[in-house]
Design a protein. Structure first.
Length: 207
């Protein structure tokens, strides 16, 4: 029987205890350090290096993230949230077409920085099972909104499936990981994709 059906009438589920301020600071420091270390050394980087960079003990790190996969998954979710959140900021500061291009570049950088993550996601570790859906459920609506705004402004075509574009850029970004030349090539290919988005755009009245 579901837990909710065992409650007395009027009884509610108690809220989860809030994380102490110092614990939250430690968690943020660990996740930021892990992001930077993973970007340079990959997701198999030594945990001690991450703890040292965060300024916490290894025990503190393991209390919050008992396994490496827990830490990798938390870094991934945090970075997805940060990348998705930039869409609103860009939309407020730029034209729809410019906001779209800037966000696609931000997304390109996000994918390129996840060195080794693709292999981890396909490792069979159950800690990663929910991440593909988390990726799609956060990025697809954001990109759909950007594309819709740009299409209404007559700056891009209106028949683009957001997930197709996300996958295309992800494939380009992963292929270009490795050196500066690869990153530059990826960016140039993304620029070509953006040019393709503009082909067939219907100009809005009065523009």
């Amino acid at each position: 029987m579901p837990e909710e059906l065992n409650k007395f009438p009027g009884e509610s589920t108690p809220p989860k205890p809030r994380m102490r301020a110092d614990a939250k600071r430690n968690e943020d420091a660990v996740l930021e350090a892990a992001k930077e270390v993973f970007a340079t050394l990959g997701v198999d980087a030594p945990v001690r290096e991450i703890a040292a960079k965060a300024g916490v003990g290894v025990g503190t790190l393991y209390r919050r993230f008992p396994t490496r996969s827990d830490l990798v998954a938390a870094v991934f979710r945090r970075e997805v949230d940060a990348c998705a959140a930039t869409a609103a900021t860009l939309s407020a500061a730029h034209t729809p077409g410019d906001a779209l291009v800037r966000w696609l570049n931000r997304y390109t950088d996000f994918i390129a920085a996840k060195k080794g993550l693709a292999a981890a996601l396909h490792s069979g570790d159950p800690a990663f099972d929910a991440l593909p859906d988390y990726f799609r459920s956060n990025f697809e609506p954001v990109l759909a909104g950007l594309l819709d705004a740009a299409a209404k402004a007559g700056e891009v075509r209106g028949d683009i499936a957001p997930y197709d574009l996300l996958r295309a850029i992800a494939n380009l970004s992963v292929a270009g990981v490795g050196d500066a030349a690869g990153a530059a090539h990826t960016r140039s290919m993304v620029d070509l994709l953006v040019d393709g988005l503009r082909f067939g755009a219907v100009k809005a009245p009065g523009r």
